[in-house]
Design a protein around this ligand. Sequence first.
Ligand SMILES: Cc1ncc(COP(=O)(O)O)c(C=O)c1O
Length: 474
Amino acid sequence: MANGMYAPELQPREYRENYGEFIGVGPNGNLWVEDCDVAKLAEEFGTPLFLVSESQFRYTYRQFRDAFRRHYPAESQILFANKSNNGLAYRHIMNQEGAGGDCFGVNEMYLALLAGTDAGTLVLNGSNKEDEELEMAVANGLCINIDATDELDRIDAVCRRQNRDADIGIRLKLDLDPLAEREGVAMHGPGTLKEQSDSTKWGMTRDQTVAIVRQAQQMPHIHLRETHFHLSRMSNVAMDFAIMAREMVTWSGHIRDRTGWTPPCIDIGGGWTFGKWYGTGPRGQIDDDSAPTADDYARLCSQEIQAEAERLGLPLPKLRLEPGRSLSGPSGVTVGRVGAVKQGAKKKWVNLDLSTNHLSWSSALDWYYHPVPVVDATAERTETVDLVGPLCNSDELGPHVRMPALERGDYVAFLDTGGYTEPCAARYNAQLLPATVLVSGDRAEITTAREQLQDIAGRFRVPPRLLAASFVRP
Ligand SMILES: Cc1ncc(COP(=O)(O)O)c(C=O)c1O
């Protein structure tokens, strides 16, 4: 089936309490994903468990797509950031919806192609692309966003070897001067939005960009298609993103004036959010109900892009976006089972079989995910506890959270964990990676098999000399 031909109608649910359009407190008082009781899913598939609501994933994608269609008068296209959940089933769903994709690395590109994604809707990003990656991208016709000074020559060499043409974009190092004083959550070290953006490895300067364009114009196999930028999730202010989008157009004018080439498309990356009334996100400081909606982003970005294009006498570019977490995040629920409950002098710890291996952003980025008891989900939260995992570090999943009294065998679910959970999961302390189950209506199907001990032990090798030495008796 060609991409974008199957998109089922979606009917948001009315739960006793809604955490999303397809996730909430069901008629029996338990947490439900679509029409499934999460307690039953946990019994059937075991814990720790990643659950994904297919309808929620489709729904949030459509919200973004429709908001930009509504507000942006030229063509817009959503490229799902595959890294946020690169499982094959999710890519199939995005293909059915007609979404393109952003790939990082040879394997993520391979997975997207394996799922049958139209390569013309895929971009390859990356600061250090391997030869194998460039070969695969050129052979399959992905747009390659250049992010190194020698990359164009390397792509051109691949094109000549394969006797094929390549589409390219250029990842920019925007100046972001209007964001020089804007404080942001520290996602890339401390500093303002501009300071954080300046400090990352990404993007080509104005001079480097102009040099790449001039060089590409001399290369018959190379077709210039877009410029690219990614401002990550540092603030709750939609205008910060709109200022970034406006500067993309400013750079288009700069490039045109020096090379005669006007980028026909600007790709404004990811970092878009979904706000929740109960909060989620970096340090629990943003991504609450003051967070912008897809409509806010679309309206302001569109307004700023149009004003700048008009000022510079440029045609409106095609607009591409690469939302990841905002599409996959709200569709995921991660479930753990309570084990030891320990009361200390000043604190109570509730141990789960879920760990920061599975919700790695809670330790790496100090990310807040909203925890909910699975059974009797709205029970009064009478205690302040630390939800912890079993790893040998402090393994804090949720410090100082309010919960009802929990006992061994109870389940706790963390909401909005559909983005960067499964793809970032680790195996520290030889923990096995969880299974993932895709829920659609009353259907629940495994989309990632639970890891087995042989998957870990089977990769280890012992050099024979060590084997022999281990059995030498004194
Ligand atoms: C180039 C690029 N595009 C898109 C994304 C997706 O970002 P988010 O999931 O915050 O929307 C990322 C995230 O790292 C990225 O590096």
